[in-house]
Design a binder for this molecule. Structure first.
Ligand code: PEP
Length: 257
């Protein structure tokens, strides 16, 4: 179970440090099998790394460039993220796909760059509202998973998590029902099984994201193929993120995942 907070473009470095310290205190009793991950903006990574030093809470970035170094003004490499203390990086978030034009091809290159920098990748997939209305959810998710992960080996899949984030549910307050989410999570697990084998599929963390809140987290996390959450808005407040993480802990305890 992986409970991740995506802080997007929120929090000055000092605010991020304060939130990370509060969460470290609040979640001091939480240990495996539940992993907690905080993904602040680039400018706050160093402060959050310092606030989390020697704690089990992990650090992640929200994006990276696929090259190791060079003339790429404004970009940050995987090695730079690793160097500052990141364990994870989010790749292909729908805001990056829809606002900044990322494609399945660039997502694939970023995944390979993350793995070669020894970062774990959280790969985001999900359909728009129009695609769901036109019954294209399965085709869209299948294409994003297949093209994003093309060329990876089964052992490399041990460093990958997938986040199913229906675009219509992100930041809108409309979450997928637990049944809608479970259906797509099961589809993703099948796709991974076909491409990488049963062992890679059964150990793959598949997170749900899209308006996860304290009052819906428990039901979502208790679905059999939901192995955690990628939380946006509700991760910006220590109390609400703590409640969501504890919902994950309760679900993990109840169904041993
Ligand atoms: C996200 O940023 O990945 C997300 C799911 O946002 P929210 O929880 O605010 O919908």
């Amino acid at each position: 179970m992986l409970m991740a907070g995506n802080w997007k473009m929120h929090k000055l470095a000092s605010e991020a440090r304060g939130l990370a310290s509060n969460l470290r205190r609040a979640l001091a009793d939480i240990d495996r099998p539940v992993e907690v991950l905080l993904c602040p903006p680039f400018t706050a990574l160093a402060d959050v790394a310092a606030a989390l030093a020697d704690s089990p809470i992990q650090l992640g970035a929200q994006n990276l460039h696929w090259e190791e170094k060079g003339a790429f003004t404004g970009e940050v490499s995987g090695q730079m993220l690793k160097d500052i203390g990141c364990d994870y990086v989010i790749i292909g978030h729908s805001e990056r796909r829809h606002i900044f034009g990322e494609t399945d091809e660039s997502v694939g290159k970023k995944i390979r760059a993350a793995l070669s920098a020894r970062l774990k990748a959280i790969v985001c997939v999900g359909e728009t509202e129009r695609q769901r209305d036109e019954n294209e959810t399965e085709a869209v998710v299948q294409r994003q998973v297949r093209e994003g992960l093309a060329g990876l080996s089964a052992p490399e899949m041990a460093s990958v998590a997938i986040a199913y984030e229906p675009v219509w549910a992100i930041g809108t307050g409309k979450n997928a029902t637990p049944e809608q989410a479970q259906e797509v999570h099961a589809l993703i697990r099948n796709l991974i099984s076909e491409s990488f084998g049963e062992a890679a599929a059964s150990s793959l963390p598949i997170l749900y994201g899209g308006s996860v809140k304290p009052d819906n987290a428990g039901e979502l996390m208790s679905q059999p193929d939901i192995n955690g959450a990628l939380v946006g808005g509700a991760s910006l407040d220590a109390d609400s993120f703590e409640t969501i993480v504890r919902a994950g802990v309760a679900a993990a305890g109840a169904i041993d995942k």
